[in-house]
Design a binder for this molecule. Structure first.
Ligand code: 6R9
Length: 654
């Protein structure tokens, strides 16, 4: 890994007093004290948090068991609970009429307010509809839905009856959806007729039909209506029209007693191989961690209007639109649209109309908005805002400052939250009432997270240093396995550095103990905050009959953070024309999804390979980064002459 800058200390921004005033964790001393306790006595600390954050049908006997070596981590053993009860029923007496979900549709101002009581009723009806169709505890259910309240209700309905949901982001293609349905053996799929996003219509039901064509595992498709387009195909043998079924269902459904370690959901994420991993989270540990991180990171208070503008198809949506806020009895905003629709003021319009106090988005959105100037921000009243979060990739200091100064007018705390699908919740974050901020740093470890930085040989480095970011001991939110492939779980996360959990990221620790994520060490890209394996894009490309070989690398992209650069060799006799380029772009979009669209396609005579046939990605990365002057030694290449040819073609495309 290349070492990143600072030799001079970064500017430190103080904690904003109006945020610190009533914060749960006030001041760095209180943070340090709590942190210390969480590391010295994790069982005591998390035992207390689990009882504080959740209500249990039956208390647990043992707080923690197991470790990284064989991946038998378990939390809150013997405890029985239910996720939907914790997100809904528990609040009915004290917060029954409080808004649980505040849904803003794609069209500005068109909204729905769903109280905790409504949420219980609707969730129960969906749960009963599932029971009627034979869904039972332990079954997996695929969800391919737009950002409408029924998506959250379906998630909660699954957990209510003990079904394991597997949400597939509605931007994925039919092929990607099919793979995930088959891998998790989901016999049921939830979808909607169509989705709406940024004024466009998404043919969700059509995509589901394509995905399940010839896939015999799927028994039924539950279909909600979003657009009511009568042209959307309906197949009475397997499709179930939820608008007809819901009124027939009883509005109460008893909740299943789940073991703390029963699976709650699966979520597919990219790794360094072509096949996405179904990361599996369990009920007690995941919920405790999602609820606790949400409470402290956003310093949630009873009267907050909290908005995480991610999509429920990613882990951020799971933990911080749904489970974290609802466990805390908060009002969570669900946003169907995009930051640019109908114009670049949409986020701030939302903030003004709903009086949003805590707001959570991604650096890519901030950068995109920044490019359109301050006017769109200034037009709206943002005085209710207190905490501004970011997630998904490192935030560059310019974007950080814009968020802090222009959006927050230096009156809000910026919380840069570092975490992963696998960690269940935030692992690196400066708590808003406690930690002074540094632009571009994700701050300090969250409670119970014992970070270690290792060198390439696996030796732990002390003090100010940079290297491979690992975690020394288990925390409740850690994913327990890769669904159906525990071996892969061990080999990806536990085997690289025995005794540690390996994040796959590089990081630097400064003199104040702050962490700076330097990016993925493995072949995973973070583009517009979406995590994509380079191998996934490569296999989509080589599936095209004109492609012989493909190598995909990331490069710094002004808005997306990282862009996707594809080097391709074509079969003999085919030229790299614009038409071929278009076709290959389409190929990636249809096999993975539009969010994986390549930014640069370079046709090359051959790829740089070692004599043993290994592609030297290091060289391709250097070229894509515009650093061809520092490519270094190419003598191990089978054909060093290929390098100048690749450079020339690359420059030609730019
Ligand atoms: C939550 C989420 C995880 C990867 C992770 C890292 C990058 C996420 C970050 C960040 C720097 C942050 N990442 N948050 N890098 N600063 N605040 O994004 O999960 O989709 O699994 O991606 O994203 O590289 O390893 P996921």
């Amino acid at each position: 890994m290349t070492s990143t800058k600072p030799t001079t200390p970064e500017k430190v921004y103080s904690v904003v007093p109006r945020v610190a005033k009533d914060a749960h964790i006030k001041g760095i001393t209180q943070y340090k004290k709590e942190y210390q306790r969480s590391i010295e006595d994790p069982e005591g600390f998390w035992g207390e948090k689990a009882r504080e954050a959740l209500s249990w049908f039956h208390d647990f006997d043992v707080a923690h068991y197991g470790g990284f070596d064989n991946g038998d981590v378990a939390w809150f053993l013997g405890g029985k609970l239910n996720a939907s009860v914790n997100c809904i029923d528990r609040h009915i007496v004290t917060r029954g009429d409080k808004t649980a979900i505040l849904w803003e549709s794609d069209e500005p101002g068109v909204h729905r307010r769903i109280t905790y009581k409504d949420l219980l009723t609707e969730t129960c009806k969906i749960a009963n509809a599932m029971l009627t169709q034979g869904v039972r505890k332990g079954d997996t259910v695929a969800i391919y839905m737009p950002m409408i309240p029924e998506l959250i209700m379906t998630m909660l309905a699954c957990t209510r009856i003990g079904a394991i949901h597997s949400i597939v982001f509605a931007g994925f293609s039919a092929d990607a959806l099919r793979d995930r349905i088959i891998d998790a053996q989901s016999k049921w799929v939830f979808t909607a007729d169509e989705g709406k996003r940024g004024g466009r219509t998404l043919p969700l039901k059509k995509t589901v039909d394509e995905a399940i064509h010839g896939v015999h595992v799927v028994k039924n498709v539950f279909v909600f209506k979003r657009t009511n387009n009568p042209k959307v195909p309906f197949h009475p043998k397997i499709d179930l029209d939820m608008t007809k079924i819901m009124p027939l269902m009883r509005p109460y459904c008893p909740a299943e007693w789940m073991d703390s370690e029963d699976y709650m959901f699966i979520l597919y994420t990219s790794g360094s191989t072509g096949k996405p991993k179904g990361v599996a989270h369990t009920t007690g540990g995941y919920l405790t961690y999602a609820a606790t991180t949400c409470k402290y990171t956003f310093d949630l208070q009873e009267d907050d209007v909290y908005a995480c503008v991610a999509d429920c198809g990613w882990i951020t949506g799971h933990s911080y639109i749904v489970y974290g806020p609802l466990c805390n009895g908060a009002t969570t905003v669900m946003f169907e649209s995009t930051p640019m629709y109908p114009d670049c003021g949409r986020y701030w319009d939302l903030v003004q109309r709903y009086g949003i106090t805590k707001f959570y988005t991604a650096p890519t959105a901030i950068r995109a908005l920044m490019a359109h100037g301050k006017e769109f921000v200034k037009k709206y009243n943002r005085s209710t805002l207190k905490v501004l979060g970011t997630v998904g990739e490192p935030i560059n200091p310019e974007a950080w400052k814009w968020y802090y100064e222009v959006v927050g007018e230096k009156k809000c705390m910026i919380v840069d939250t570092y975490w992963q699908t696998e960690t269940g919740g935030h692992i690196g974050v400066g708590l808003p009432g406690a930690a002074p901020m540094k632009a571009g740093s994700c701050g300090l470890p969250f409670f119970g997270i014992d970070f270690a930085i290792l060198d390439d040989q696996g030796k732990e480095l002390e003090g100010v240093t940079e290297g491979r970011l690992c975690i020394k001991s288990p925390w409740p939110g850690l994913a327990r396995t890769v669904y159906g492939d525990h071996h892969r779980y061990l080999s990806v996360y536990m085997a690289p550095h025995p005794g540690y959990y390996f994040t796959g990221d590089g990081a630097r620790r400064d003199a104040d103990g702050y962490y700076w994520i330097t990016g993925r060490i493995d072949d995973v890209l973070s583009t517009s905050g979406h995590r994509i394996g380079t191998a996934e894009v490569e296999s989509a490309l080589v599936a095209h009959n004109v492609v012989t070989e493909a190598a995909v690398v990331g490069f710094p992209h002004r808005v997306k953070g990282e862009g996707i650069c594809c080097y391709i060799t074509l079969i003999h006799g085919v030229d790299g024309t614009n038409a071929v380029m278009k076709e290959l772009t389409q190929q990636v979009r249809s096999i993975i999804g539009a969010f994986a669209t390549p930014d640069i396609i370079v046709f090359v005579p051959s790829l740089p390979k070692t004599r043993s046939g290994k592609i030297m990605r290091r060289i391709l990365r250097k070229i894509a980064h515009g650093e061809e002057d520092s490519i270094g030694d190419v003598s191990t290449l089978a054909d060093p002459d290929v390098v100048p040819a690749i450079i020339a073609n690359f420059k030609h495309v730019l």
